[in-house]
Design a binder for this molecule. Structure first.
Ligand SMILES: Nc1ncnc2c1ncn2[C@@H]1O[C@H](COP(=O)(O)OP(=O)(O)OP(=O)(O)O)[C@@H](O)[C@H]1O
Ligand SMILES: [Mg+2]
Length: 308
């Protein structure tokens, strides 16, 4: 059976006391099994909310519409048991906030070992083995510690184990390299690559790090305010960006001169293109009509009226 995750017209609105937040807007994206898909975009663009929607982890006040299909099943309509099975046996998550995902009152070994199968000893050994793969080079020592005794980067790697269960078919890694120094970064990078290429694992990688995205990912989707504004092959999207927002993200990198983009306006932009207040190409027609995500060259899609 096809193991792709097919997202169609996904929208997420949070109904909060201070109003509505439209975090994901009509996103359609197929995550193919066997390629690494990257999701990039600045803070608050809806990346983690998309991951939570796939795993049905959104709070009750989130209104979710559209469709997320996986192995013939509609995830958004699955019952509790199916959702539990989905999280335990099919789609793993390396969460963005390791502190929130670890129990502060338990040592690291017992809470990470319970992800794995087998006898107590087997689970312990596989946990140590995976800790080493993720650059925790003294696993016995790490396993004995409580979360508060680990650095941020160590906690990040400890929660990575949640996504490494053998039986998983998919892994969603939300900022897997945040807060890591270059040596450990390289180790984590190689583990993710091995897991995907040889572990037969579908992978969605959410990251701020464009260098990671271009090195690790095969395909890429760029989110802006909950909307995909550009997607395609990672090397092409970042090599020849067509949307002004993707260009802006690249220009802001140190190696490209750190050219800052125009800041995001405080009020929400209504009508027309949402990026226009920050866009160097914006013209009159960008006010009048909201651009569709259109195919420009083979496999590349761009949401911009003026990209060429
Ligand atoms: N539980 C929630 N309740 C209300 N609003 C939320 C909730 N979770 C996220 N949001 C809002 O949804 C939007 C998208 O948030 P999200 O966490 O997906 O951003 P992100 O792209 O992952 O950002 P970052 O790169 O900082 O992790 C933001 O405006 C955020 O404030
Ligand atoms: Mg996030």
């Amino acid at each position: 059976m096809d193991r792709a995750i097919e997202i169609n017209h996904l929208s997420v609105v949070f109904h909060t006391e201070s109003g509505q937040v439209h975090a994901v807007k009509d996103v359609s994206l197929t995550l193919k099994h066997g390629v690494i898909t990257g999701l990039i975009g600045e803070t608050g663009s809806g990346k983690s909310v998309m991951a939570s929607a796939i795993l049905r982890m959104l709070p009750f006040y989130a209104e979710v519409s559209g469709s997320i299909r996986y192995q013939g099943m509609e995830i958004l309509e699955a019952d509790h048991r199916t959702v539990r099975d989905l999280r335990r046996n099919h789609i793993g998550l390396i969460p963005q906030n390791p502190s929130e995902s670890l129990n502060p009152a338990r040592r690291i070994l017992p809470q990470t070992a319970e992800c794995f199968e087998g006898s107590r000893r087997e689970r312990r050994n596989i946990t140590y083995h995976n800790m080493e793969k993720m650059g925790l080079n003294n696993p016995e020592d790490t396993g004995r510690k409580y979360p508060f005794q680990l650095s941020g980067g160590m906690k990040q790697r400890a929660v990575s184990l949640f996504g490494m269960r053998e039986q998983l078919d998919w892994m969603i890694a939300d900022e897997p390299t945040k807060g890591l120094d270059m040596v450990v970064y390289q180790q984590v990078f190689e583990s993710l690559q091995t897991l995907s290429r040889h572990g037969n694992r579908g992978m969605l990688v959410i990251t701020h790090d464009l260098t990671l995205a271009v090195k690790l990912c095969d395909e890429l989707a760029v989110l802006y305010e909950g909307e995909i504004v550009e997607s395609g092959k990672a090397k092409e999207v970042l090599g020849y960006p067509q949307h002004p927002y993707t260009r802006g993200l690249l220009a802001s990198l140190p190696q490209n001169g750190m050219h800052a983009m125009v800041a995001k306006p405080l009020e929400e932009v209504h009508g027309g293109c949402r990026f226009r207040p920050r866009c160097p190409l914006a013209g009159e027609k960008c006010t009048g009509c909201h651009p569709d995500l259109e195919e420009t060259t083979l496999g590349r899609k761009v949401r911009c009226l003026r990209h060429d």
